[in-house]
Design a protein around this ligand. Structure first.
Ligand SMILES: [Zn+2]
Length: 437
């Protein structure tokens, strides 16, 4: 008989493997953070001797979700300014408040984001923010996986001071994360409109030199396109091509204002697009041409963006919006089916993080999994597990979140963070921000 640390059993296991297998009455054997057995419960119970057996019963085990675009500390600014035009929202509300963020606040905001992600079944993220070491150190302590990047613009920043220091700061941050098993570094020019072609080029050069992936906001709004045309005589995607940013190692968030030729270019270069439907709707940036991108073969992932423009970091609600909005806009209910959306939130996330093995349950893969409560009234009966995951689940059905074989959240309890203390601290920071508005 084989030995394993944990044997989980449940009514249903959605693997998201290459065959998209769904196992009814299934089980997962985990040892040293790795899935070492997966299949019918009866077979695994016969073949595996577990130190700990967890019979989850009426539950659905699935891979943890991957959020392909976040700004984690923005949880602190959630709901502080809503229903405003993008530039007014950014310049009059978000930027002045972000300037007040202290390291303690960045840590609290990130821990709050980690609590929300663990509670709603997200195991990995792709983050870009200011003063990113506070983000990745906190996320590391909370046990999540992810890509972390300091957002670089042509302006001074609390992360690196004068822009002339940006590249050295990035090198130091990359060195700090080298060898970290769960957090990897990424090079992130904030966007075309906040940088210069020369800066973009030097960041692309640094990414190539250090063999790191890249992350950028791209083609988010029509205003971005107009500014780029005016300043550089070309559209944002073309500018990124010229400076060497497009390619398999780059994830581009938003990708809303695209021409057919630009969609073809993203597909051809293997650039990963991170679709953020809720943020794009809330800021009225538009609706990304997702079905055209899928048809053209663009590698697609799904993200929430920051909590101030969403206003959640909940990938279940993001999946639901993603599956619904394109059907309505094109008046075609066959577009963007549930399985496609689940693929974007799992396997697509692995592509966005350039991290093979994430987003699926498979032997020898990481034990990054979640379990949903199938006794939730909105999930019974279950004809089609994938339909329930995308259209019916809210994220509140998550009973358990495991990363690398460690249970980090279970039935309302966090194992890697002090949630009551965190909520108290968040409340105090919130009161401070409201007093400064
Ligand atoms: Zn963003």
């Amino acid at each position: 008989m084989n030995k394993c640390a944990i044997l989980l059993t449940a009514d249903c296991v959605v693997t998201q493997n290459y065959k998209r297998e769904i196992i009814r009455d299934g089980a997962v054997a985990v040892n040293q953070g790795i899935i070492i057995g997966l299949g019918a419960r009866a077979d695994l119970e016969k073949n595996w001797q577990a130190e700990k057996t967890m019979n989850l019963g009426r539950a659905l085990i699935m891979p943890g979700l991957v959020n392909a675009h976040t700004h984690l500390p923005m949880t602190l600014l959630r709901g502080i300014a809503d229903d405003l035009p993008l530039m007014e929202w950014l310049t009059r509300h978000i930027f002045p408040l972000e300037a007040l963020l202290t390291p303690d606040m960045l840590r609290a905001g990130t821990a709050l984001a980690c609590a929300e992600m663990l509670r709603t079944g997200t195991i990995a993220f792709n983050d870009m923010y200011l003063n990113e070491p506070h983000v990745y150190r906190t996320a590391d302590a909370c046990g999540l996986k992810g890509l972390a990047s300091e957002s670089v613009t042509r302006y001074p920043s609390p992360g690196y001071g004068d822009p002339a220091n940006a590249l050295d700061t990035l090198r130091a941050q990359a060195a700090e994360l080298k060898g970290n098993p769960r957090l990897r570094y990424c090079i992130a020019p904030h966007a075309v409109y906040t940088t210069t072609p020369a800066l973009l080029e030097s960041l692309a050069g640094l990414a190539a030199e250090l063999d790191l992936p890249m992350d950028i906001h791209l083609a988010e709004t029509k205003t971005e396109t107009a500014t780029c045309l005016e300043q550089h005589g070309c559209r944002p995607v073309e500018l990124c091509r010229r400076v060497g940013i497009l390619g398999r190692n780059t994830t581009a968030a938003h990708c809303v204002d695209l021409t057919e030729a630009e969609i073809a270019l993203l597909a051809e270069t293997g650039t990963v697009a991170a679709h953020n439907p809720k943020s794009n709707l809330k800021l009225a940036s538009g609706v990304a041409p997702l079905s055209a991108m899928l048809k053209a073969g663009v590698r697609m992932s799904l993200g929430t963006d920051g909590a101030a423009s969403n206003n959640a970091l909940n990938m279940f609600s993001e999946m639901s919006f993603c599956a619904l909005i394109h059907k309505g806009v094109h008046q075609n209910p066959t577009l963007v089916p549930a399985q496609t959306v689940l693929d974007m939130a799992t396997l697509g996330g692995a592509e966005a993080l350039h991290w093979p093995g994430l987003g699926q349950l498979a032997p020898e893969g990481p034990a990054d999994l979640i379990a949903l409560d199938l006794d939730s009234p909105n999930l019974a009966p279950m004809h089609d597990p994938v339909s329930h995951i995308v259209y019916a689940a809210s994220g509140q059905e998550v009973r358990l979140t495991m990363i690398d074989g460690k249970i980090l959240y279970e039935n309302g309890k966090y194992h890697s963070l002090d949630y009551p203390a965190l909520v108290k601290e968040a409340g105090e920071i919130g009161a401070f921000f409201r007093s400064r508005k």
